[in-house]
Every structure is written in structure tokens, then in C-alpha cells.
Design a protein around this ligand. Structure first.
Ligand code: ADP
Ligand code: MG
Length: 142
């Protein structure tokens, strides 16, 4: 398994609940390192660009409103198999389907307000990281 980078976002609902530390602890305890981090608030237009792949889905407009409703913490995680490992720690999109002990099982309110984002492939990780960070922002531990 190769060392990978992936984009993680702590979404507005989880930032508002003050569980940033709990979420980062799970990453660190499972072998992922935070190599870049930035708190920001997206405009609805920026959220729309980030989630452009979903533009034809019925929930797109609501998703853009939710993702721009408050500050988020965007991070780059580094580690062995980081893309899939992060997805495993996150749990399923719908918290009702998420495995017990996952971030979404413990912190998500709904299928929309589901606490975290994680890239779903190494290719998407690269473009999602570039959406928020430049190469100079990444501090690899390798
Ligand atoms: P994931 O975040 O698990 O990769 P998707 O890429 O399918 O899930 O969806 C992106 C985000 O859109 C989800 O995390 C969630 O915030 C929202 N979303 C997905 N499906 C729905 C839905 N059926 N209703 C409302 N919001 C949804
Ligand atoms: Mg997705």
C-alpha cells in the first residue's frame, strides 16, 4: 500500500458542535497525519464549484446552502492508503447506515449534515486538495 494524500473537510455542523478535536484524534490514532489545515467559510458559489459533480442531483442546491452556512476546516491527510482509510473512518454517507464507531455514526445529524467530507479516489483527492491548497501549503512527514 502506498502513502497517499486525501482531502478531509470538517463540515459546518461538526465545526458548530465543537468536535474538531475528536475528529482529528480519530485520524491521528489511525495513522493519518494532518499535513495542511485551513479554516474558511465557502460562499454558496464556491461550495457549488467544489460539489460540481453533484450539480444535477436534487439535493445540490440544499447542499451548497448547507456547506456555506458556517466555517469549515479543510485538511490534507497523509498516510498509508489514506483515501480508503479516511472513508472507512468517516462511515457511510447516511449516518443511519454508518458503522458504529465511525465519525458519521457518532456526529452526523442527517444524510446532508453528515459531519465530514473525504475524497473518494486518489485522482479526486488531487483535484480537491488543489481546490483549497497550493503545494507550498503541504508539509509532508515522509
Ligand atoms: P459522500 O460525502 O459520502 O462522498 P456523496 O459524494 O454521495 O457522499 O454526496 C456528497 C454530499 O452530499 C454528502 O456528504 C451529503 O452532505 C450530501 N448528500 C448526499 N446524498 C444526499 C441526499 N440524498 N440528500 C441530501 N444530501 C445528500
Ligand atoms: Mg463524495
Amino acid at each position: 500500500m502506498a502513502i497517499q494524500h486525501t482531502l478531509s473537510i470538517i463540515k459546518p455542523d461538526a465545526v458548530a458542535k465543537n468536535v474538531i478535536g475528536d475528529i482529528i484524534r480519530r485520524f491521528e490514532e489511525n495513522g493519518l497525519s494532518v499535513i495542511a489545515a485551513r479554516m474558511l467559510r465557502l460562499s454558496a458559489e464556491e461550495a457549488g464549484r467544489f460539489y460540481a459533480v453533484h450539480k444535477d442531483r436534487p439535493f445540490y442546491k440544499d447542499l451548497c446552502a448547507y456547506m456555506s452556512s458556517g466555517p469549515i476546516l479543510a485538511m490534507v491527510l497523509e498516510g498509508q492508503n489514506a483515501v480508503a482509510l479516511n472513508r472507512q473512518l468517516m462511515g457511510a454517507t447516511d449516518p443511519k447506515q454508518a458503522e458504529p464507531g465511525t465519525i458519521r455514526a457518532d456526529h452526523a445529524d442527517s444524510i446532508e449534515a453528515n459531519a465530514v467530507h473525504g475524497s473518494d479516489s486518489p485522482e479526486n483527492a488531487e483535484s480537491e486538495i488543489a481546490f483549497f491548497f497550493s503545494d507550498l501549503d503541504l508539509h509532508s512527514r515522509r
